[in-house]
Ligand binder design. Structure first.
Ligand SMILES: Nc1nc2c(ncn2[C@@H]2O[C@H](COP(=O)(O)O[C@H]3[C@@H](O)[C@H](n4cnc5c(=O)[nH]c(N)nc54)O[C@@H]3COP(=O)(O)O)[C@@H](O)[C@H]2O)c(=O)[nH]1
Length: 578
């Protein structure tokens, strides 16, 4: 061998030695008898063993006892067949810690085909395995509460249904929703909301047997499946127990508060044979429990299903009604008591349904609110009323103030101010020409937001009225903070004003209170001359009711605005409803 080639061989060997020693992977070399003859520094770092401690030993000494015999067998077969194997082994470090490692082993042969070495390289995959386990857990469990998630609930329900079918048993599905959770979450903060959900999950686990299933499938929605049911009596007893347990006070940080559940129950196979049917029907029953005043449980019935399908159909029709221009605004006159002339017109919405005819707002406004259809619908009412007002400003010398009802959801909507501003700009509506009516309850539901929104509306030049006054729980201190102009005396007090001393007192007190606060008063539901006279005597500023006019379509309402528009004369004492 020339000196040059000896040098280059030595150089190459040095490179290999460096690569071996500095590799990030642990490397172990065994001889033909499978005895360790070399290991690099990464091996020492990973296992804790120095080379001197393992030299001449069988790598079996590293085994952690958790790798199956089959894996070792497969490894040796592959090495014999392919001279290569890779896979996962569980080994033990010098410290005693058992850990997973990813291992690749090559068999090196001589020219005669005999194995002379095995070279194994391996890396510690503890972190990777932990990450995989976390991902696996997330796929099956709810991250916040540790309960099963919807995916796992469905696969467990599938097995439970198969078992119930085979054993001819029943299953009960309990759909549990927390009452007023959104309120707790919004008012006490999400951290408190989260802790409440964790505590609810713990209490639910304490209510059921090990063989039952409990899952969290949405924000504050939990499902329990009772398996292997023989005695149906157990179901209402458990539902009652769950309500009792979840209604115990909760303490999170310094807050102690109450919550309660509403529970809907469906039974396999009577109320459904599939997961979807059982969940849907228990959900329908849960909504019925809410309608029944919350903090109770209801079993699913066929009539609930029919009602819920009808309701869904109604909702869908309500959605398309706006596009198909099926809504109309009617107007009801508001009369100036002193001058006996029309001072305002209240816009009242009607749904001219293609099959059912006119549907009153009491039927559809609550559904529009629940489904958020109220936002486009309410914006349409505001625009349409402003458009009508612009028309009356052109058509008559004495245009009325036009008032529009706002729902609680609209009052709290971020878009309200822009909607009103745009409508006023488009139709050139001036200060005091448009009035918005808010119920007492809406104004009270989130006072800070209400004060802010009402102040901004007032700045736009909108007049503001508190509707149905006397039926809510306004505090006087709070009322003083609102930039309102008018109180609307609820018609339930006006109705019996002539016969019920209490109602008469309430009307008088409200008028006095309003005037003290510098507000005008309008009485609703004035149907008789006696009511009118009583209210006039006690200085009620404006009157509205069937005595003067029912709500009318715009062209008929416009006739009342003309100089010949008829308003009953004030001195008449005839006690006849309009
Ligand atoms: N958010 C919105 N709410 C609206 C809108 N349009 C109406 N509404 C609210 O729906 C409720 C029912 O309204 P309606 O069926 O139109 O009834 C009004 C009047 O017809 C009725 N009224 C008027 N005078 C009398 C009377 O002498 N006797 C009698 N029994 N009823 C009478 O009162 C209703 C008006 O009430 P109010 O608004 O409180 O002044 C009602 O709560 C409406 O507010 C809408 O566009 N958006």
């Amino acid at each position: 061998m020339s000196k040059r080639s000896a040098e280059s061989i030595a150089e190459a060997l040095q490179i290999y030695a460096n690569a071996f020693e500095n590799s990030g992977e642990a490397i172990l070399i065994t001889d033909k008898d499978n005895r360790i003859i070399n290991a690099n520094s990464a091996f020492t770092q990973q296992t804790g063993y120095e080379l001197s401690e393992v030299m001449g030993k069988n790598p079996k000494m590293l085994a952690g006892g958790r790798t199956s015999e089959e894996t070792y067998l497969e490894m040796w077969n592959a090495l014999q067949r392919d001279s290569f194997w890779q896979g996962e082994l569980w080994d033990r470090k010098k410290s005693g810690e058992i850990y997973p490692k990813w291992t690749a082993i090559s068999a090196i042969h001589n020219d005669d085909g005999e194995v002379i070495f095995h070279i194994a390289s391996f890396s510690d995959i503890t972190d990777r395995k932990a990450a995989e386990a976390r991902i696996e857990h997330l796929a099956h469990y709810d991250m916040l509460t540790g309960l099963l998630n919807r995916f796992s609930l469905e696969s467990r329900m599938e097995q439970a249904i198969l078992a119930a079918k085979r054993d001819e048993q029943q299953l009960a599905v309990l759909f549990i929703d927390l009452d007023r959770f959104k309120y707790i979450n919004d008012s006490l903060g999400h951290h408190v909301g989260d802790q409440l959900l964790i505590e609810v999950a713990d209490r639910l686990k304490g209510c059921i047997r090990e063989s039952d299933i409990v899952a969290r499938i949405g924000g504050d929605e939990f499902v329990i499946v009772l398996t292997g049911l023989k005695e149906m009596i157990y179901v209402p007893a458990l539902a009652r127990y769950i309500i009792e347990q979840l209604s115990e006070p909760y303490t999170v940080d310094d807050n102690t508060f109450n919550s309660s559940p509403s529970i809907g129950i469906s039974i396999y196979p009577d109320d459904g044979s599939t997961i979807q049917e059982l969940l849907k029907n228990s959900d329908i029953a849960m909504y019925h429990a809410k309608d029944q005043g919350r903090k109770n449980f209801q079993f699913f019935t066929k009539s609930l299903l029919i009602a819920s399908e009808e309701r869904l159909h109604f909702e869908n029709q309500l959605r398309t009604a706006l596009e198909q221009e099926q809504f109309e605004l009617y107007y009801q006159a508001q009369v100036d008591t002193e001058q006996n002339r029309i001072w305002g017109m209240e816009a009242l919405i009607r749904w001219n349904h293609p099959d059912r005819g006119f549907i009153g707002p009491d039927r559809f406004i609550p559904i529009a609110e629940e489904t958020d259809i109220i936002h486009p619908l309410g914006a349409w009412v505001i625009r349409k009323a402003c458009q009508q007002l612009a028309r009356w400003k052109q058509a008559t010398d004495t245009p009325p103030q036009v008032s529009v009802n706002l729902s609680a959801k609209q009052l709290h909507s971020a878009d309200l101010i822009d909607t009103v501003h745009e409508a006023m700009e488009t139709y050139q509506i001036m200060d005091g020409e448009l009035e918005l009516e808010i119920t007492e309850t809406a104004a009270m539901s989130d006072p800070e937001v209400a004060i802010n929104q009402l102040s901004r509306l007032s700045e736009l030049g909108v007049s503001l009225a508190i509707d149905d006054f006397g039926t809510g729980y306004s505090s006087l201190a709070y009322l003083k903070k609102l930039p309102i102009n008018t109180l609307k005396l609820d018609r339930t007090f006006v109705r019996d004003i002539e016969n019920d001393r209490n109602d008469a007192e309430i009307c008088m007190a409200t008028i006095a209170l309003a005037h003290n606060l510098g507000l005008k008063v309008i009485a609703e539901g004035v149907e008789t001359q006696l009511q009118r006279d009583f209210l006039a005597e006690h200085s009620c500023d404006y009157l509205q009711g069937y005595l003067f006019s029912r709500p009318l379509p715009p062209n008929e309402a416009e006739l009342l605005l003309s100089p010949d528009g008829v308003i009953p004369a004030r001195e008449s004492h005839a006690d006849t409803p309009a």
